[in-house]
Ligand binder design. Structure first.
Ligand code: AMP
Ligand code: ZN
Length: 147
């Protein structure tokens, strides 16, 4: 992808602060860190969202994310916990349309958080939830783009 900013980083056309690289993925520091130590793990093959990414690249992204989760926890950077986050599409908050997994070191009171709807604390009607599960199971048993 000619104009994709992460493809440009992968091709070394623009700089990054690299932490790890192999044949399938690259990991580098986020330029606008949510907390100190915020990293991105990025598959080298361009895919905008996870459904478009091959399973080998996806598995490697998760595997390297685990290694870097452990590394961050043991790095000396303040880190009591880690958020592993993927915004999989624009409405989910994705700004860069090339799959990436955020590794965000967390400490109590760091100010970061996921904002939930006001009624999130209230359990919902289980029969309605079950109806949605029926819809998902029906498609998942015969996935349109399954590999
Ligand atoms: P998202 O909103 O999940 O698409 O996150 C995109 C992330 O990419 C943001 O956290 C940005 O700060 C980060 N980002 C954008 N451009 C660069 C860059 N050139 N180098 C490092 N991180 C970047
Ligand atoms: Zn790309």
């Amino acid at each position: 992808m000619e104009d994709c900013i992460f493809c440009k980083i992968i091709r070394a056309e623009i700089p990054c602060i690299k932490v790890f690289e192999n044949d399938l993925v690259i990991a580098f520091m986020d330029i606008r860190p949510v907390t100190p130590g915020h990293l991105l793990v990025v598959p080298k093959k361009h895919a905008a969202i996870i459904p478009d990414l091959d399973n080998e690249s996806l598995a490697e992204m998760i595997s390297i994310a685990k290694d870097l989760d452990i590394a961050v926890r043991n790095s000396g950077i303040p880190c009591e916990a880690v958020n592993l986050q993927v915004a999989d599409g624009k409405a989910a908050g994705q700004e860069v349309p090339h799959v990436h997994l955020h590794i965000i070191p967390r400490t109590t009171g760091d100010g970061f958080g996921l904002r939930m709807p006001a009624d999130h604390t209230v359990p919902k009607d289980m029969s309605k939830i079950a109806e949605l599960a029926v819809l998902i199971r029906a498609v998942n048993s015969d996935p349109p783009e399954a590999e």
